[in-house]
Design a protein around this ligand. Structure first.
Ligand SMILES: Cc1cc2nc3c(=O)[nH]c(=O)nc-3n(C[C@H](O)[C@H](O)[C@H](O)COP(=O)(O)OP(=O)(O)OC[C@H]3O[C@@H](n4cnc5c(N)ncnc54)[C@H](O)[C@@H]3O)c2cc1C
Length: 128
């Protein structure tokens, strides 16, 4: 009996903690939102398909303090900043999101996995 209790407690401690906010889209907008939330000590998970709008561009311009930076570098630094505050990432595409009757949202990814969170931030950008 004691053994079973210990096992249960162990599993609970190991279980991944449900994020408070899921951010769909890890471009400049999503990472900015995620950084703000993570700095406010929210548990944040960013789901990103890895296809930012400006991917074809060689350099970013008119972005204060980052003139000439390759777009991929800008996002890599952004991800590091979010991660340094505890934010987490999943590579993949969200294909569906639904509001749960008990509160919160469930987001389904293209690979069939799903994640639940209290809040949803959609920053999927535009496609030219
Ligand atoms: C060629 C070009 C050059 C540009 N040059 C500049 C410039 O020099 N300076 C400047 O300030 N701006 C520039 N821009 C504009 C800039 O790229 C955009 O303002 C910026 O990318 C918008 O950021 P965003 O986060 O809203 O969207 P995006 O950068 O498009 O990021 C959206 C992210 O969401 C992901 N996503 C989308 N749908 C899903 C889904 N269902 N599930 C999971 N992830 C998803 C995408 O894969 C992507 O990673 C340029 C744009 C283009 C097209």
């Amino acid at each position: 009996m004691t053994e079973q209790k210990t096992e249960t407690a162990h599993n609970a401690a190991d279980a991944p903690r449900r994020p408070e906010v899921v951010v769909i889209g890890g471009g400049a907008a999503g990472l900015s939102g995620a950084l703000t939330l993570a700095r406010a000590r929210r548990r944040v998970l960013v789901i990103d398909g890895g296809r930012p709008r400006n991917a074809p561009a060689a350099h970013v311009h008119n972005y204060l303090a980052r003139e000439g930076t390759p777009p991929a570098r800008l996002l890599a630094v952004g991800r590091e900043e979010v991660a340094s505050c505890g934010g987490e990432f999943v590579e993949g595409s969200a294909v569906a999101a639904e509001r749960l009757a008990a509160g919160g949202f469930r987001v389904v990814l293209a690979d069939g996995s799903a994640v639940e969170a209290d809040r949803l931030l959609v920053t999927t950008g535009l496609v030219d």
